[in-house]
Design a protein around this ligand. Structure first.
Ligand SMILES: [Zn+2]
Length: 228
């Protein structure tokens, strides 16, 4: 069974490698900072990739802003007041519960692994709750890479990317984060849009923007990245 899984994974890896290499050869997607060894989880859209991306954005904007009645566009600043991410629950709840294989250092998403053996768990549970569930089921959980059953305890890692914007004293207790999702500006500017354009309720607001996640193990090409 283990051999079969390893074979399947190797086939998947091989197919992914072919896709990555084709995207590079044809000028669609390059590894970010490649000449300095690359920065994990960051990609550059090449001359063809950016055209594809711009076409998609244009089409999306056309469908969701121009062709819909009572929809408005917005381009909010990426940096926001630190309290925005407290209010949205991201500073306390935007985290992945992880455990690490002590043999090969592969990290696993504990909630997903528990779900896969029919134990209910989710990322909102406390570290203590997750550790109790994990400990009770350790004998059923194997490292998918090396097959060992020797994991560290569960720790929750916050996914917001911190910056030092406006921090000139290095004693600031409120870090300014890069956006964890692109939609916060829509909520923050709700009243400004109502006051300036007097839309009829309900109305829609659309924004295209970047989001950042402090992903601990970026993988699967564009499917698990740090900047998206
Ligand atoms: Zn392992």
């Amino acid at each position: 069974m283990k051999e079969k899984n390893t074979e399947k994974n190797a086939e998947k890896d091989d197919r992914m490698e072919k896709i990555v290499s084709l995207c590079k050869r044809r000028g669609f997607i390059f590894q970010g900072s490649e000449i300095y060894g690359g920065l994990s989880g960051i990609y550059d859209f090449g001359p063809r990739g950016v055209e594809l991306l711009n076409n998609l954005k244009r089409e999306w904007w056309n469908t969701h802003v121009y062709q819909k009645e009572n929809y408005y566009g917005l381009d909010a600043g990426m940096f926001k007041h630190p309290r925005v991410w407290d209010a949205s629950g991201h500073t306390s709840g935007f985290s992945d519960p992880l455990a690490e294989c002590k043999k090969c250092n592969t990290r696993i998403r504990v909630d997903k692994v528990l779900n896969s053996i029919n134990v209910f768990a989710d990322e909102k549970m406390s570290e203590k709750e997750l550790n109790e569930l994990f400990d009770a089921n350790r004998d059923k959980i194997k490292c998918e890479k090396c097959g060992a059953k020797d994991f560290s305890s569960v720790r929750k890692f916050n996914l917001l990317v911190k910056s030092n914007l406006g921090d000139f004293t290095s004693s600031s207790s409120d870090p300014v984060y890069l956006p964890g999702e692109a939609c916060q500006g829509i909520y923050l500017d709700y009243k400004n849009i109502v006051d300036s354009l007097q839309p009829k309720v309900p109305f829609g607001v659309a924004q295209i923007g970047k989001a950042f996640r402090n992903e601990i193990s970026p993988r699967n090409f564009l499917f698990r990245v740090r900047e998206m």
